[in-house]
Structures are given as C-alpha cells and as structure tokens.
Design a protein around this ligand. Structure first.
Ligand code: FAD
Length: 390
C-alpha cells in the first residue's frame, strides 16, 4: 500500500492533508500564474562559474562549458573525505555540451526600479555586483533533467551535507541545526522530483515525460525526504506570509502597467488568501528558535554554513542546474533573512528590505516547492504502486 502521510508536519504547525488541499486548491494555481508575470520571470544571475573552493586550475575557462572539474590533488582538504576515488574520464565530459543543460538567454535584459540594494547576510551572491550578471527568462529554462550526473554532481551534494549541515545524530536536540539540514534535504527532494517529472525518456526521439521509477528511487522510498520537502515548503510559505504586508505594498514595476497591476493583485491574493489564513495561519513558528543561551553564536554559525552552501552553487558544473541552484538557495536565504534577521517583530515591514532578486527567488522557490508537493501528492501513490508491482 502506498505510504500515507498524516498528522502535523514535523516542527511545523499544519498537517499533511491541509497542506495538500491548500496547495492544490489555492496556492499552486496562484503561484503558477504569478511566476509567468514579467516581474517574476526574469532572474538576475551570475552564471559564470567562479567556484571559490576549486583553485583557479583553468578548468572553468569556457563560459558555456564550465564543468568546474578539478583534479583531486587540488581539491580543498576538508572536501576530500567523501571522494576516495579519482575522477574517471567520463566525469570530464562537458555536461554543458548537452542541449538540455544549457541556458536559453533569449530576452535577457529588463529594467527594474524601486528595490533595495542591501546584501543578504545569509547568502554569498551580491546582486549589486553587476559585472558578469545577466537576466534569464526562467520560463524558457524550466528546471528539469539535464544529464548532470556522476562525481561532479555528487561532489556538490556531498560537500553540502558533509561539511555544512551534517545529518543530526538521533538524540541530539538542536532544533536550529535540524532546520538547516531539513531545508537542504527538502530542496534536494524538490530538485529530484523536478528531474523525475520532466525527464528525457528517449534521447533519439527527444521524448520527454515522467520517470516515476526515478521519483520513487530518489525520494518516495525515503519518507524522511518527503517529510523534509513538506517542511521546506511550509518554512518558505511562513516567510512569505510573514512578509505579506511588504510583498503586497512592493512595486512590481516592469514598465507594463497592465501586467504589473496583475502581478500585484496575484501577490495580494496569495499572501492574504482567506483559506490560507484560516487553514494554516502559522505554517512554521520561527519564534521557537534561538531561545537557548548560545542563540546568537549558533545563529552566526548556521549563517556561515548557509553562506558556504550558497558559495558552493558556483561549483555546480551544469549551467541550468547552477541557475536553479542559485535561485533556490537565494530563495531559502531570503526566507531565512525574513524569519531570522529582521529585528522588530511587530513592525516587520518597517525593518525589512528586500532586493527585487530576492523576492523573485523567494516566489519562484515557493512555486517549485509547491509543484513538488503536488507531484508527490498526485503521482506518489501511482509511483509506489508501479514500483511494488515491478
Ligand atoms: P543525488 O541526487 O546526487 O544525491 C546524492 C546523495 O545525497 C544520495 O546518494 C543520498 O545519499 C543523498 N540524498 C539524495 N536526496 C536526498 C534528500 N532529499 N535528502 C537527504 N539526502 C539526500 N540534475 C538535473 O538533471 N537537473 C537539474 O536541474 C539539477 N540541478 C541540480 C542543482 C544542484 C545544486 C546540484 C548540486 C545538482 C543538480 N542536479 C541536477 C544533479 C542532481 O541533483 C543529481 O545530483 C544527479 O541527478 C545524480 O543523482 P544521484 O542519484 O547520484 O543522487
């Protein structure tokens, strides 16, 4: 029998059934429309691979083919542990040579006004650093299977987990570290689900479709990974609802008044939706964190770890994966900033300052997570049945 997720999502305030119905009926349709608006479909990003952990070994010199490989002897000492084996010649295949891995840069510039230019303390990228930045139309570059596999991809995930958010040993009670691990794991689940939902089934005929086996193998057969996905969704949803007044009042100016009014209206419907307010008014309770004596130091430590994760996105050796990796980590960093880095709990909108790129990342991340939750809810039971039969 397919697994059924019931009860309250761990460390959150809403149950699985509520999340599924709220997502399916209200949030997912609104988000799908919101991310197609001109404001939300262009993301400013530095796609040039500038990996801070890989010394300048000449491997990143081709802008459109930046695999970021590095020989093991040049790999920083702390990252070596998980990689006992050397790289095989297969790993040196230019991932970006695959058409599905390259970013389509059609219509790559757009002007925006009226947003703060303040560094995010949780992330590595600085939007004000305009050199090498480009605008990318996210609608032309869906997150899907790209063929980026093998040690290059594995090395990033291993570095993220081993160095930055080690799986909390059972029994250790540090809710804050657990939150960081679960956010990363939830994001990882979501990426895997998007790969499975939009997979190149037959290269010779260019046939794309769902790969339920892959969805099962990478996510569904690990209930923790599914739970972490729901957790991450609720965490980001909480950030969006906490910043509701700010997001509702923000200017979504792209020079197209009709479209911009629509964007504002969709955002208002999303953040103030009566069903959301009634069914899940507090998706995650951030006030419970950082209460212990070591709260401030712990926050600094976790902030540093998250910044490292953000910096690791420059080492992702597939351009489209790097685009979505950077966007989603910036989205998580923005959620962390909204929930943990703004003083004056009662008057958040007076203290909060967001870059337009942060809002774009936050909203697109919420949409990606919302899509993944929908896939798991709708396709999960079928995928589990298929796997049980085979
Ligand atoms: P991986 O997904 O690489 O997982 C590595 C290990 O991490 C697993 O063996 C397991 O031990 C652990 N793990 C896996 N999932 C979880 C989880 N949810 N929680 C906790 N631990 C987990 N490929 C694409 O085709 N398209 C993309 O858009 C894309 N984007 C990427 C973005 C980033 C930032 C990175 C680092 C990689 C991306 N990839 C993408 C590659 C993809 O994520 C996989 O690495 C690749 O498909 C190989 O998968 P795998 O089966 O080896 O396991």
């Amino acid at each position: 029998n397919p697994r059924k997720y019931t009860g309250i999502v761990e460390d959150c305030c809403c149950d699985y059934e509520t999340v599924d119905s709220l997502n399916g009926e209200v949030l997912h349709p609104l988000l799908q429309e919101l991310v197609t608006t001109p404001f939300f479909r262009y993301f400013k990003v530095k796609l040039w691979c500038d990996c801070p952990f890989w010394p300048d070994d000449g491997m990143c010199r081709l802008r459109d083919c930046s695999v970021c490989e590095c020989p093991e002897n040049e790999f920083p000492e702390p990252f070596k542990k998980p990689f006992q084996h050397g790289l095989s010649s297969d790993d040196l295949i230019c991932q970006e040579g695959k058409p599905q891995a390259a970013v389509d840069r059609t219509i790559d510039s757009k002007a925006f006004r009226g947003w703060a230019e303040i560094d995010n303390p949780w992330t590595n990228d600085d939007e004000t650093d305009n050199a090498e930045m480009t605008y990318v139309n996210l609608q032309l570059n869906p997150e899907r299977y790209t063929g980026y596999v093998g040690p290059s991809a594995r090395r990033i995930w291993d570095a993220v987990y081993t160095e930055n958010c080690p799986k909390y040993p059972s029994g250790e009670f540090c809710q804050e570290k657990r939150v960081l691990y679960k956010l990363i794991s939830g994001l990882h689940s979501s990426i895997s689900i998007h790969i499975a939902a939009d997979y190149l089934l037959d290269e010779s005929t260019n046939l794309w479709g769902q790969n339920l086996e892959l969805m099962y193998d990478r996510v569904l057969r690990f209930p923790d990974r599914v739970r972490n996905l729901y957790f991450t969704y609720l965490f980001v949803l909480r950030a969006v609802t906490k910043a509701a007044d700010y997001l509702e009042q923000a200017e979504y100016d792209t020079g197209n008044p009709t479209e911009d009014l629509k964007t504002q209206s969709l955002m208002r419907q999303l953040v103030y939706h009566p069903k959301l307010r009634a069914a899940c008014p507090l998706p995650f309770d951030e006030a419970k964190l950082w209460q212990g004596g070591s709260g401030p130091e712990l926050k600094q430590q976790i902030q540093k770890q998250f910044k490292n994760i953000s910096a690791l996105m420059d080492c992702v050796g597939c351009e489209k994966c790097r685009l979505w990796g950077k966007l989603q980590v910036l989205g998580l960093g923005t959620a962390l900033k909204i929930l943990f880095s703004v003083d004056g709990k009662d008057k958040l909108e007076q203290h909060l300052q967001l870059q337009h790129n942060e809002v774009i990342a936050l909203t697109n991340l919420l949409n990606r997570l919302s899509e993944s939750v929908r896939f798991v809810h709708e396709m999960g039971p079928a995928a589990e049945r298929v796997m049980e039969v085979s």
